[in-house]
Design a protein around this ligand. Sequence first.
Ligand SMILES: [Zn+2]
Length: 309
Amino acid sequence: MKMRSLLFTCLAIILAGCKPAAETPAEKVAESAAKSGKPQVLVANYPLQYFAQRIAGDAVEVRFLAPKNEDPAFWQPDEATITAFQKADLILMNGATYSKWADKVTLPESKVVDTSAAFANNLIEVRDATTHSHGPGGEHSHNGTAFTTWIDFKQASMQAQAVSDALAKLVPAAKDDISKNTEALKDELEVLDERMSTLSRRLVQYPLVASHPVYHYLARRYGLNLKSVLWEPDTVLDGTALGDLNVVLAGHRARWMIWEGEPSKDNVEKLAALGLRSVVFDPCGNVPASGDFMSVMKANVEAMEKAFQ
Ligand SMILES: [Zn+2]
């Protein structure tokens, strides 16, 4: 039997053009499930990966399949990846229209958990956004429901609880650890929430500009007076970009710009010439280059505290 399947594999390799066919994500998930015997949890973004991993420890295998260089909110998984989602034991979605791809495919309903369902009535609708493009995903618009839900740390905590409930159902044997880990995670999120809330008393004095419209929930919870342009950290600030900014600044005398990632030195200097300083608040929708969700969020809050002393 083994010999026969080996023969088939060889044949498949030959047919595929004389090189080993790359393993698809679905095959990897199936192989890993077979090897470890652990339930497979697939997630829509990095914050959910972090929450699920911290909460479940090694009781499950958590997989986040979006490429590192893409915004998971505008990601279009290929067919093999969609199959991997369909075969998962649990699918953790962000909700708030985060995974546009999921509208067009059938996922096993009983396995899908919308982690923002608890605050579904309190989502923000964005109306005046125009289309723009960044990354390999092509043109997109931020019109519709704002989806960066977790940078309101109260909402992040509710999402962590939804992850926890789903995991406890999936692996009841690990229930005690799950509940302990959830409390620890929620405590840390609460500290971030408190620090931002304290800061919000000072923040109300500062009109702010965001480089990209992803801060709606942060602005709502912590009272930021925020308007947005449609830039990326590596956008070259040419005449058009600075023109867009000047339109915003005309009625909104901001002196700070919030960036998703470290802006280039050139951009910092161009903004400084307009009287704007730069501060980074990374929403961390994808895996960070260093550290993890919590260390990135702590750095965000620290940067804000330092900027608005
Ligand atoms: Zn965008």
